[in-house]
Design a protein around this ligand. Structure first.
Ligand code: PRP
Ligand code: URA
Length: 209
C-alpha cells in the first residue's frame, strides 16, 4: 500500500491556514499555494539518490554529492494543479511538464477527461502528479490511469488537502503510489467537498465560481 506522507513543517501548516481562510484574496491564495508547493518539494524529494563527484574549491579538491537517477516529470491535473507547478519548478527547474485535463462532473462526481499532453520521454522520468485537492480520489486515480496506460511507473501524488476517502481510494487503486499531502481533513460532504477543506481550489485560484 502507498504511504501517506504528511508535510507538517510549521511553515507549510501556517500558510495552509491562510489558504483555507475564505477571506484570503485570489492574489494571496495563488501566492500561498505557490509557496506551499515549493516547501513540499523538500519532503517529496527526500529520497532522491545522490552520486559522488569531486569539485575543485578555491582551496582544494572536495568530495561532494549531486542528485543522480531519473529526471522528473510534473503532471498537473487541470485546472487547479497548475497552481502548484511553478512552486515545484522553482526547486526542480529541469523538470518537464505534462498536462492531464479532467473535470469532476458535479452530479456524478466522476472525472471527465478532456486533454492529455505528455513529454515524449515520459517513460524515462519519475513522475509527480499534482492536484491541490484529493476528494473522492476519482480525478487522481484517473490521471494515474492515464500515465499507467502509457507504460509509466514510479509515480508520486502531491496534494494540499486530502479527504480520508480519497486517500483510501488511491491506496486501493494504485498501491504503488505514495501520497504527499499537507493535511488529511475530516470527511467529504454530500457534494463531494472536503470538510473543512478550502472550498473549490480551481475557483479560488482563478477567481471564478
Ligand atoms: C477539483 C480538484 C481535483 C478534483 C478532486 O477539480 O482540483 O481535480 O476536483 O475531486 P475528486 O478527488 O473527487 O476527483 P475540478 O473538477 O473542480 O476541476 P478544476 O480544477 O478545473 O476546477
Ligand atoms: N474539489 C475542490 O476543489 N474542492 C473540494 O473540496 C473537492 C473537490
Amino acid at each position: 500500500m502507498g504511504k501517506v506522507h504528511i508535510c507538517d513543517h510549521p511553515l507549510i501548516q501556517h500558510k495552509l491556514t491562510y489558504i483555507r481562510d475564505e477571506n484570503t484574496t485570489t492574489k494571496d491564495f495563488r501566492a500561498l499555494v505557490d509557496e506551499v508547493a515549493t516547501l513540499m518539494v523538500y519532503e517529496i524529494t527526500r529520497d532522491l539518490p545522490l552520486q559522488q563527484v569531486q569539485v575543485k574549491t578555491p582551496v582544494t579538491m572536495a568530495d561532494c554529492q549531486v542528485i543522480s537517477g531519473r529526471m522528473l516529470g510534473l503532471i498537473p491535473i487541470l485546472r487547479a494543479g497548475l497552481g502548484m507547478v511553478d512552486g515545484v519548478l522553482k526547486l526542480m527547474p529541469a523538470a518537464k511538464v505534462g498536462h492531464v485535463g479532467l473535470y469532476r462532473d458535479p452530479d456524478t462526481l466522476q472525472p471527465v477527461e478532456y486533454y492529455v499532453k505528455l513529454p515524449t520521454d515520459v517513460l524515462e522520468r519519475d513522475l509527480l502528479v499534482i492536484d491541490p485537492m484529493l476528494a473522492t480520489g476519482g480525478s487522481a486515480n484517473a490521471a494515474i490511469d492515464v500515465l499507467k496506460r502509457r507504460g509509466c511507473s514510479r509515480i508520486k501524488l502531491m496534494c494540499l488537502i486530502a479527504a480520508p476517502e480519497g486517500v483510501a481510494s488511491v491506496q486501493k487503486e494504485h498501491p504503488d503510489v505514495d501520497i504527499y499531502v499537507a493535511a488529511v481533513d475530516d470527511h467529504l460532504n454530500d457534494h463531494g467537498y472536503i470538510v473543512p477543506g478550502l472550498g473549490d481550489a480551481g475557483d479560488r485560484l482563478y477567481g471564478t465560481d
